[in-house]
Ligand binder design. Sequence first.
Ligand code: NAP
Length: 237
Amino acid sequence: MRVLILGGTAEAAHLADALAARGVDGMLSFAGLTNRIVDTELPIRLGGFGGAAGLADYLRFGGYSHVVDATHPFAAQISAHAVTAAALTALPLIRLQRPAWPPRDTWQTVPDLTAAATILPRAARAFLAVGAQSLGPFAARPDLWCLTRSIQPPKTPVSGISILARPPFTLASEIALMRQYEITHLVTKNAGGDQTAAKLDAASALGIAVVMVARPVLPPAPEVDSVVAALAALELL
Ligand code: NAP
């Protein structure tokens, strides 16, 4: 057995550790967009494969037996490539995706970032907790004042202030941040998980409107929602 994990999430790193602990051969792959050094016992590789065909070649020539797509729920391109590459190589694919946050009545759910940028009212003070790569649509709204928070510096300038920080975040710190910048709207992707969920409770406590970007629709693949379930699917439990 040799497993390629497509990573970029905490779950991918946990799965890599779990495989290493079982003596399973494998590789944890990152796009290489951030300079984070991941502490895992499994070997890691950085950078794209050159599309679905490149990923299929990588799997063939690397002697892999299984692929686990444990990328972020909004990393739609690599997830689609994983489906195509698994079909091209006839290898089993497991998609590991943490559950989405359950909808709340107070959220305005939108299908994508462009819709989120459009729906914000004029002169809103928006907290854009969407990641450095996802700010493009908000650059077209110079009437907004935006607080952006990301791990890497944003490449797209939006009006307002930009801070760099890495999860997890606490309820107290999220409340303090939203109060400090007099935020009226929180914009976030439905990433799910505990590490970034405090902002939703903070917004709720402060009566701040939430614009929630729904997850992209991915091509069908066998899906699990936890590391334990992924290990079970790999018959390693
Ligand atoms: P994406 O749009 O789905 O992928 C863009 C390209 O990046 C892919 O076509 C692939 O290049 C390469 N790539 C992505 N993930 C890779 C991986 N794990 N290993 C090797 N190559 C990878 O992805 P994205 O939204 O830019 O996200 C990039 C990475 O950041 C992902 O690994 C994801 O898990 C992580 N991440 C994304 C978000 C988000 O909101 N999108 C949030 C947190 C973390 P080739 O076509 O050349 O193979």
